[in-house]
Design a protein around this ligand. Structure first.
Ligand code: G3H
Ligand code: 13P
Ligand code: ZN
Length: 320
């Protein structure tokens, strides 16, 4: 058993408390490789923002859980080396079983998500409570989910959206003891969140209903990439073929962050930034074959994106 406390990590409890009262949200950025992790840490140290480093099942398959855990530990030391030791949470994204959550907790994660959102309500309650009971013994925080996000990702797949029902949230939180709740209000995973011609809009009215039922309780938004159109254009300019990629307008996320939303998940935007930078080098310098010559610019572009998110969308700068 490795305790996250010995690794210099923190759980999300205090961070969320301050975020809810302060009207901002903590960034939850997924990472799969060293360049993403470095860019996240550099951006959050520069902006003095707390951060949640997220590991998905896809990331565990791609990079190996051990390597990612050590990378997060490295991130803690790297932040200190950069001169400002920010609070860092290591979080399991979309955990789908008790065993997986338990193994992450025993391996040094400080926070886990148990995603029972596609299960019948009572099964979601039972599974979530089982994870909470285990996690709380080790002071690890737990995120649950109610409602189903539409969208397709490697390991997170659902064609249909089911908005969270505000009338269920009190019962769910009461019965499970979760520390935060992910809700479905029109966000979705990936880079194609709305159809062309459709107004990109999330249901802030449902969020406010939920907020009334759970005053001061930390709410989480998944699928919150904004799919910056300048980055999409850059990818296509350098040979990419992304058609009609549309994300969540940043002003709507800013609005959500000012209320009960205290964790906003962003992954796809970082993938887009990385892709744009690499494509540009490949087209402009086809003679190049040193990975540092294209992964370096990719890291810089992701860092720029993360800084923009922290300052202009989440409002978590200077909160570390
Ligand atoms: O919620 C989904 C995240 O973007 C992770 O995606 O399963 O492809 O790593 P992934
Ligand atoms: P995006 O695909 O919108 O970046 O969402 C990521 C996410 O929700 C990770 O859990
Ligand atoms: Zn998600």
């Amino acid at each position: 058993m490795v305790s996250y406390k010995d690794l210099g990590l923190v759980n999300s409890r205090e961070l969320f408390k301050k975020a809810v009262t302060g009207g901002y949200a903590i960034p939850a950025f997924n990472f799969n490789n060293m360049e993403q992790m470095q860019a996240i840490i550099q951006a959050c140290v520069e902006t003095k923002s707390p951060v949640i480093l997220q590991v998905s099942s896809g990331a565990r398959k791609y990079a190996n859980q051990t390597i990612l855990r050590y990378m997060a530990e490295g991130g803690v030391k790297y932040a200190a080396e950069l001169g400002y030791p920010i609070p860092i949470v290591l979080h399991l994204d979309h955990g789908d079983s008790f065993e997986l959550c338990k193994s992450c907790i025993e391996f040094g994660f400080s926070s886990v998500m148990i995603d029972g959102s596609k299960l019948p309500y009572d099964e979601n309650v039972r599974l979530t409570k089982q994870v909470v009971d285990y996690a709380h013994q080790y002071d690890v925080t737990v995120e649950g989910e109610l409602g189903v996000l539409a969208g397709v990702e490697d390991d997170v797949h659902s064609e249909t959206q089911q908005y969270t029902r505000p009338e269920e949230v009190q019962d769910f939180v009461g019965k499970t003891g979760v520390d935060s709740l992910a809700i479905a209000i029109g966000t979705s995973h990936g880079a194609y969140k709305f159809k062309p011609g459709q107004k990109p809009e999330i249901r802030l009215d449902i969020l406010h209903e939920i907020e009334k039922k759970l005053p001061g309780f930390p709410i989480v938004l998944h699928g919150s990439s904004s799919v910056p159109q300048d980055i999409v254009a850059e990818i296509n300019q350098y040979g990419g073929k992304l058609k009609a990629a549309i994300g969540i307008p940043e002003d709507q996320l800013r609005e959500a962050a000012k209320s009960a939303v205290c964790k906003i998940n962003i992954d796809s935007d970082s993938r887009l930034a990385m892709t744009a930078a690499i494509r540009k080098v490949f087209v402009e310098h086809p003679e190049e074959f040193d990975p540092r010559k294209y992964l370096g610019p990719a890291r810089d572009k992701m860092k720029e994106l993360y800084i923009h998110k922290v300052v202009n969308v989440l409002g978590s700068n200077d909160k570390a």
